[in-house]
Each structure stands twice: as structure tokens, then as C-alpha cells.
Write a protein that binds this ligand. Structure first.
Ligand code: SAM
Length: 196
């Protein structure tokens, strides 16, 4: 997937409104927030509008330029960083929350990154994640056609062992968030609190 090519259109392909799961639970988050695979900025801009300091990371410079344009249009400030999550190392102990919305990554990448995310959180900090689940594979409403990149409850439990689940579930819901997320979809949702 060449994300710069996908984002090289005027339209915000995932929309300018936040992810619904994030919007419903954002009141639980404290800053600073690290937002993974931030894309065109809809989630970072929403969180900044709530008064949270947000740092959005994505490998697409085109996506993050649109994120900064959206922030300017909404009159908020967000931090953005072009980086490949295969190499990204977040600062230890910095964040109150890590947000991961449709950040579908290969298993080997997750195995390197997720322990670093745990380290990057302050004690009691939260991870909030929504991703398409394995049951999404036969559906044509969004998400990668690669089982390794799709999530499951077990993958979440294995990825975040030092976390107390505040919420962990798999469900089908309507995801209508731009032109690539277009209807009934199988998702995993997780909010976990770092215990130590
Ligand atoms: C489905 S989009 C989701 C964007 C955003 N989270 C949202 O919900 O609107 C997936 C994003 O993951 C980013 N991405 C994929 N692989 C990445 C990697 N290895 N490092 C950084 N970003 C990556 C893409 O550039 C893209 O912006």
C-alpha cells in the first residue's frame, strides 16, 4: 500500500470527524497523547480540540500535511512526525495515553513496537485501540486483506501483557468513516490501563 498516493487527493479519505470508538471514550484519556498511524489527522485534531496535547506519527508525509491543514482550519495545534513505526522509538514515560485507530501493522512490527508503547506510558496510562478483526477478512467494507495485520482478542492480550483491560471486546459495528471504511465491519476494541 502506497499511503502517500492514496492520500494525494483533496478529499479526506477517512473523513474529518473522529473515529466513533475514540470519540465515545476520549473522556478517559489524559495527555500527552501519542497517536499512531495518525493519517490525515481527524483523531489528533479532535483530541486537540478537547484540550489534549497530541503527537501524531505516520509514515505518510502527505497524510500528515493534510493533518496539519485540518488542525489549522480548526484552530488547534497538533504535533506530527513522519516516521516508520517499524523503527519509531517513543520517549519513555512521556505519554498519558496511546491511541491506535486502524493502525494495521505486521505481527513482527507489533512485537517490536508494543513493548515500547508500554514503556512510553506513564504509570496508569491508557492504550485505546480499535482495529479490524480477523472476521473482517471476507467483508469488503475496509481493512487489509492480510490476516497477519488483522487483530484478535488474543493478539491484544499478547501484545499488552502488563495492562489491565478496562474494555476488551470483539463486535460487528457500522464503520462509516470516509470512503474506505464503508459499512458493517468486525472490529476489536481495547482500552487497557498500564498497571505498573
Ligand atoms: C487505515 S489508515 C488509518 C489512519 C487514521 N488512524 C484514521 O483512522 O483515520 C492507516 C494508516 O497507517 C499508516 N501506516 C501504515 N503502516 C505504517 C508504518 N509502518 N509506520 C507508520 N505509519 C504506517 C498509513 O500511512 C495510514 O495513514
Amino acid at each position: 500500500m502506497n499511503w502517500n498516493d492514496r492520500y494525494a487527493v483533496d478529499e479526506y479519505i477517512y473523513g474529518t470527524e473522529p473515529n466513533a470508538f475514540l470519540a465515545e471514550h476520549a473522556h478517559l484519556l489524559t495527555g500527552p497523547v501519542l497517536s499512531l498511524a495518525e493519517g490525515e489527522g481527524r483523531n489528533a485534531v479532535f483530541l486537540a480540540g478537547l484540550g489534549l496535547s497530541v503527537h501524531g506519527v505516520d509514515s505518510s508525509a502527505v497524510g500528515l500535511a493534510k493533518a496539519q491543514a485540518l488542525a489549522a482550519a480548526r484552530g488547534v495545534n497538533i504535533g506530527t512526525e513522519v516516521a516508520d513505526l517499524a523503527e519509531f522509538v517513543p520517549a519513555a514515560g512521556r505519554y498519558g495515553a496511546v491511541v491506535s485507530i486502524f493502525a494495521h501493522l505486521p505481527g513482527a512490527l507489533r512485537a517490536r513496537l508494543y513493548p515500547l508503547l508500554a514503556q512510553s506510558l506513564q504509570p496508569g496510562g491508557l492504550v485505546l485501540l480499535e482495529a479490524y478483526s480477523l472476521d473482517q477478512l471476507p467483508r469488503n467494507t475496509g481493512g487489509p486483506k492480510d490476516a497477519d495485520m488483522l487483530m484478535s482478542l488474543d493478539k491484544v492480550r499478547q501484545g499488552f501483557p502488563g495492562f489491565e483491560p478496562v474494555l476488551l471486546r470483539e463486535l460487528s459495528r457500522d464503520v462509516c468513516e470516509g470512503s474506505y471504511h464503508t459499512g458493517l465491519a468486525s472490529v476489536v476494541q481495547f482500552i487497557g490501563r498500564k498497571t505498573a
